[in-house]
Design a protein around this ligand. Sequence first.
Ligand code: NOJ
Length: 545
Amino acid sequence: MIPTYDEGWHEDAVVYSLDVKTFNDSDGDGWGDFQGVIDRLDYLDELGVDCLWLRPFYPSPLRDNGYDVADYRGVDDRLGTLADFQELCERAHDRDIRILTDLVFNHTSSDHEWFQRAREDPDSEYHDYYLWTDDLEGAYETINIFPDREDGVWTYDEAAGKHYFHQFYHFQPDLNVANPAVQEEIFDVLRFWIDQGADGFRIDAAHPMQQAKGHHGHRLDDPMGLFKEMRRVVRDEQGDAVLLAEADDQPENLGHYFGDGEAFDLLFNFVLNVHLTYGVGVKDTWPLYRANEILPDIEGFGQWATFLRNHDEWNLLKLPNETIDHAREYFGDEEGDSWIFGRGHRLRLADMYDADHDRIAMAHSLLLSLPGTPVLLSGDEIGMGADLSLPERESVRTPMQWDDSENGGFSSADPADLYNPVVDEGRFSYEHVNVADQRDDPDSLLSRVQRLVHAHHDHPVINDGEYTIVDSGHKDVFVHRIDHEGTALMCVHNFADEYREPVVGFEVPDVATEKVVGTGGYHVEDGGVTFLLDPCDYVWLEADL
Ligand code: NOJ
């Protein structure tokens, strides 16, 4: 069954990001698989999410977790078959859950057949799929995105006898996206996955895609033109398919990605991410005011995809310089081992908030009450922690912790055969942090996140109304309000470790006010509302004006 046609579905959706490899292993080989995800659809449905973003599952040497794609039209056979992917889409659609897949067009794996043919034969049509130089001295230079892992953006290839250009790891040669033949390949790949059942795509590295590239440092003449064409292609296949951009660009450039409503439908809000997660962690609301000031107004032509953490490092670069230094110290582990790429922490939310479920729940309450399409990271809803003994960003990519049986219920394989080990030591071990323990406990983090997801769905006003920040009179209490057609949603969050009693103006009679969700108390009188807030309390109030 195909979900009900709805061009605006993504505006009210809650997205759940997962890696098939680490979510649930149905056949006991130590790797998660599509059937494993199908087996857990009940869980996802209950949580209330209505869209899954599946991280790359294509054949890949997995030197960058699958973001090094070796074949755009296949499925890594340890994860299942193409038929299994189709079945997952169908089963998810039966529940009105949509599927976004992750497509990486900035680069391929160096194992991709295109690159192999390109390097072996300079006359092959594939040679111009990539960017080469035989004059390194005269070639365009720029900073590699993984600066402490790679020396630069050019690597010598023996077979070709030339250097090729790469903005990420050396095993990820950049595609020449200005080449019309490459663009045709991109369009075909998009069509292919829509035909298999996908409802849209997260487009990886949309910012590097349109950066200067190659020997002459050429930019696409009309970068938004390419993205608009990509959107046209997917919409021709499925009228309500969406494109979500991963583009961690400067705030002043972000508005362009929507192409006046004709390019990306959604864009990850990296600016809000770092300010929100930092502010909640340091118990101060100024970062949220700052994010609001520096973000462009996108009303009427696009929507943010908002998030607390993702599967990469927590990148701090959008904070002011002195704040980056503070965040490095404040959130880092004692050995400084969590710091990576000179810009962020390879930690999960629970590490950063010292395993405090009240604070994690409050951060989710903010995420789900602010305008945007919230994107949850699998495992954050139960408070999973990182494993810093794993290399680089693999620390935050350990298997989902389902229960307290061996391997956390993720797999029946020998622990040595798991794709990544489960967290089995310390306070974040699967014995202490797992779905089964939290599922039936109404006070658990999981239950609180679930209530918040449902509250978000019940209040489309969050994305339809007018958003304002309200002065709470306390630097550690954040109040925002959303007004729409005679109703107001007033949300308050106490970041402090102490009790707070903010009073804010609210011109409504007490009887017209209803508590939607939250842990704190309130009373309405004399044109104002007084909130009674223990540490990390939050309240959403709804009122008819
Ligand atoms: C962003 C992805 O989220 C990250 O994991 C990857 O390394 C880069 N893009 C390169 O594809």
